[in-house]
Design a protein around this ligand. Structure first.
Ligand SMILES: Nc1ncnc2c1ncn2[C@@H]1O[C@H](COP(=O)(O)OP(=O)(O)OP(=O)(O)O)[C@@H](O)[C@H]1O
Ligand SMILES: [Mg+2]
Length: 214
């Protein structure tokens, strides 16, 4: 596969979608390679249905933790086969909002489900497809949730207790330690312009070292 797979990770409101969109615009002005953006959950038609089940459940209604884990895995399996691999086979640069690290952080650390089970499910869902690079925008839950709430109505995950979000953030801290080459930590509390500049610098280095195609 000749494409480049870049993932944007972090807790609610850390700036993933903001930076992904800025990066897309910048990359499209820099390269002749196709640049595409996608997200999990919801990167395919099936995934859109799963996304609304996962995020738009009304207050009071609950999803069992293991059911939730399996729904995310189903979304990912479909996304990997129907979207990610085909684009990566066409030499695209794929920018993806959340991937396997979200499952480890939210279901493993947030919900405290068994890590081995999560790793196994991630392996099944991805069939071995790993990102070339993952940006992790680190902010405290207080900052992230404050930004997310100001954006409008809270979704099912944003309504979780602060403790939950602290555990999720700790998940990202440990993931970054476990995968120091793949995961690059970026200070998400800086201004969006400063974060964007850092992302550009890191991507420029990685893209030129991977190949001279840009
Ligand atoms: N560096 C920044 N400084 C201040 N505000 C920011 C910054 N980056 C993004 N924002 C604002 O914070 C809000 C959340 O940003 P964004 O939607 O990009 O986060 P996200 O990580 O995609 O969140 P979610 O996980 O909920 O989708 C938006 O209103 C955005 O404009
Ligand atoms: Mg977002």
């Amino acid at each position: 596969m000749t494409g480049t797979f870049v993932v944007f990770e972090g807790i609610e409101g850390c700036g993933k979608t903001t930076q992904l969109e800025r990066t897309r615009l910048w990359l499209q002005s820099q390269t002749t390679r196709p640049v595409v953006v996608t997200r999990e959950p919801g990167g395919t038609e099936l995934g859109q249905h799963l996304r609304s089940i996962l995020l738009e459940v009304s207050e009071g209604e609950s999803i069992d933790d293991r059911a939730e884990l399996l729904l995310y895995a189903a979304d990912r399996a479909q996304h990997v086969e129907q979207y990610l691999r085909p684009h990566l086979e066409r030499d695209s640069i794929v920018l993806c909002d959340r991937y396997t690290d979200s499952t480890v952080a939210y279901q493993g650390y947030g919900r405290q489900l068994n890590r081995e089970l999560i790793d196994r499910l991630n392996a099944i869902a991805t069939n071995g497809l790993e990102p070339d690079l993952t940006f992790w925008f680190d902010v405290t839950p207080e900052i992230g949730l404050d930004r997310a709430f100001k954006r409008g109505e809270a979704n099912r995950l944003e309504r979780e207790a602060l403790d939950f979000h602290h555990r999720v953030r700790q998940g990202y801290v440990e993931l970054a330690q476990q995968h120091p080459h793949r995961i690059v930590s970026v200070d998400g509390t800086l201004s969006a312009d400063e974060v964007e500049k850092t992302v550009r610098e890191i991507l420029t280095k990685r893209l030129t070292s991977k190949s001279a195609r840009t």
